[in-house]
Structures are given as structure tokens and as C-alpha cells.
Design a protein around this ligand. Structure first.
Ligand code: PLP
Length: 351
């Protein structure tokens, strides 16, 4: 016996590279290319550093109330955390406590199996069909919980509301978590179902559609009972998760609905024209409903394109994993950034 036998060993999640070069085009972690709402900058400028002496509000009221207002919910139906990664991890800890395996797709957000291993939750993956769609029938077997993103990552495919509802309805004895990190880019949220099903929890983030990845803000929406269990787990773990500047800046960003809608519309517009250009260059991709395109080229291998782009300081995401090793996930940047990408890709695929 040795202390090493007592270590909780984990294979960590590998986040996308965060290079910081002057002229790089960073399209590898699905951040928003536009700044946060103008009010956020004002809050940052007016921040009183003396306030940092004090602990932040453990209940995160300013932020919870701003979100309740935006989504027309009661504050008791909202839980906030340090990015949706924190919220999701808390959900795994709180709701997945069964000997039966939890279920999620084989091609999906790469953090799910990491948390399952960290918390020692058994899991089973359900293969997506050949077009990368979720088959709801796969989720109709005994399980200890279900989680999937909608739109899925990294495929970008959106499942219609009736597919989500079918899964939630068929699993009244499991908590079903729908990770809606990309829902604002054109999908329909399943928020309208939370009053109908007490086992449905929705998780969203400020990192993509609200341009605030650096502030680390995520949230969950569900019925009061689910949210109460999450709160209980959080207060048993770390009462002061959210820092004061993030609470204030996050709340301010939520209050500016017109800016949010305008920003998302710009990203969607750019996505639609880039889709056409990629198609002309010989790329194919599942219908892109997030702020990224999951593309593969008819003749040039993804890895080759990935490396050639990187040489020019254009960063996209590539995974050397089964089923997706010939795909690149390309985040939607500004129009100028996408022009540079298309120009570089044109040379790469035509040489
Ligand atoms: C980006 C992402 C998250 C995590 O976002 P946070 O920055 O932690 O809020 C969660 N789920 C999916 C599917 C994502 O793509």
C-alpha cells in the first residue's frame, strides 16, 4: 500500500489551445468575435476595487434576477455557476447517483465522460446515426440519467423539440439534462417544457452567444425542486462560486436584449455565407446550427488542412478521434477573419 493507490486518478479534459498572437485568427473555441454589451464595459470601468474586500453574494441575486426577467421565470427556477462547465459538473454530482449507466451520444461534448470518470458514474454511449443525428429510441432503456447538447457539439446539428420531448417523456425516472450552449444561434430551446416535465434541466452559457467566455458564467433552468437540489450541492461544495465583477457584468449583459439579438444575428449571417463558400470549395458539413461549422473536405484530409492553417496562425479545432478525424470544427469569427480563412483554404485545397 502506497499513497498513490489512494489518488483519484483522472484523464483530464483537453481544452482548445489559447494562443495569443498579434495577427492570429482564432476560430478554435467557439468564442464570440464581438465584444460584450456596452453596459458591461461601463460596469468594468466603474468597478470599486474596495468592494473586493468583501465576499460576493452567495445567492448571486443580481444575476439570477436578471436571468429570471429575461427568460420570464421565477428566480427559484435558475441556478448560476462558473461557466456551464461548473454548472454541468454540479449537475453530474447532484443528479447522477445510480448504479445504472448514464447515457450520452458517442460523438458529443468531450467533457461528459471526463466528469463521469471523475465522479465514478457508470456511463454508456449511444452512437449517433450515420448523419450524426440522435436516435431517441437509444435512450429508452434503463439508465441513471441522460445528457446531450442541443445543438450537439461538435457536429452543430439541432434536434427538433419533439425529439427532445420524446426522450424526456420516456424517462420520467431520470433527470434529463439538455446542454443548450449553442441554442441562441437559431435553435428552439426546450424551455417551454420545464413546467410540463419535472425531470428536465436546461443548461446554458454566457461564453458563446453573450461574448463573455472570460467571465465564466453559466446557468441552469428547471423546476424549483431540481434547482433546490443543485443549490444544496453547491452550498456543500463552495458557497462563493461566482466573483462579484462577473455577477455585475453578467447581469448588465442580460439586460441588453437588443445588443444580444444583434450580435447573434451578425454571427448567423456570417455563418450562412461561409457555408456557401465552404461548399464551393468542396467541403461538406451537417446543418450548422451553432456558431461553428463541422466541415470535412472531399479530398484533402482534415489534419493536413488543420496544420496548414495553423502555420498561418489560423486556429481551428481538430480531433484525432474515431468517426470525426476527418472533420474540422471552425468557429464563426468576424467577416474579416472568415475572409482570411476562406482565402487560406482556397490555396490549401487547390494546391
Ligand atoms: C462551450 C461549451 C460548454 C462550456 O461552456 P462554459 O464556457 O463552461 O460556459 C458546455 N457545453 C458545450 C456543449 C459547449 O460547447
Amino acid at each position: 500500500m502506497n499513497w498513490r493507490d489512494n489518488v483519484r486518478r483522472v484523464e483530464p479534459y483537453v481544452p482548445g489551445e489559447q494562443p495569443n498572437k498579434p495577427n492570429m485568427v482564432k476560430l478554435n473555441t467557439n468564442e464570440c468575435p464581438y465584444p460584450p454589451a456596452p453596459g458591461v464595459e461601463r460596469i468594468a470601468r466603474e468597478m470599486d476595487c474596495n468592494q473586493m474586500r468583501l465576499y460576493p453574494d452567495p445567492e448571486c441575486n443580481v444575476l439570477v434576477e436578471a436571468l429570471a426577467d429575461f427568460y420570464k421565470l421565477s428566480p427559484e427556477q435558475i441556478f448560476v455557476g462558473v461557466g456551464s462547465d461548473d454548472v454541468l459538473s454540479m449537475c453530474f454530482l447532484t443528479f447522477f447517483n445510480n448504479d445504472k449507466p448514464i447515457l450520452f451520444p458517442d460523438v458529443t461534448y468531450a467533457f461528459y465522460d471526463v466528469w463521469a470518470n471523475l465522479y465514478r458514474i457508470p456511463f454508456e454511449v449511444c452512437p449517433l446515426d450515420e448523419n450524426f443525428h440522435i436516435n431517441p429510441e437509444d435512450y429508452k432503456k434503463p439508465n441513471g440519467g441522460i445528457i446531450f447538447p442541443n445543438p450537439n457539439a461538435p457536429t452543430g446539428l439541432l434536434e427538433p423539440l419533439h425529439v427532445v420531448e420524446d426522450i424526456v417523456k420516456s424517462n420520467p425516472d431520470s433527470v434529463v439534462i439538455v446542454d443548450e450552449a449553442y441554442i441562441d444561434f437559431g435553435g428552439k430551446s426546450c424551455l417551454e417544457l420545464i413546467d410540463k416535465y419535472d425531470n428536465l434541466l436546461i443548461v446554458q452559457t454566457f461564453s458563446k452567444s453573450r461574448s463573455m467566455a472570460g467571465c465564466r458564467i453559466g446557468f441552469a433552468m428547471g423546476n424549483r425542486e431540481l434547482i433546490k437540489y443543485l443549490e444544496d450541492a453547491k452550498f456543500s461544495f463552495n458557497s462563493y462560486t461566482m466573483n462579484q465583477p462577473s455577477l455585475l457584468m453578467g447581469a448588465e449583459s442580460v439586460k441588453d436584449r437588443p445588443y444580444f439579438e444583434k450580435t447573434v444575428a451578425k454571427v448567423v449571417n456570417t455563418r450562412e455565407r461561409v457555408k456557401k463558400q465552404l461548399t464551393e470549395l468542396g467541403f461538406t458539413f451537417p446543418e450548422a446550427m451553432g456558431n461553428f461549422i463541422f466541415a470535412s473536405h472531399k479530398s484533402v484530409p482534415a489534419k493536413e488542412i488543420f496544420l496548414a492553417l495553423k502555420e498561418q496562425d489560423i486556429y481551428v479545432r481538430f480531433w484525432d478521434k474515431p468517426r470525426i478525424s476527418n472533420h474540422l470544427r471552425i468557429s464563426i469569427g468576424t467577416d474579416e477573419e472568415m475572409d482570411r480563412l476562406i482565402e487560406a483554404l482556397t490555396k490549401i485545397v487547390e494546391r
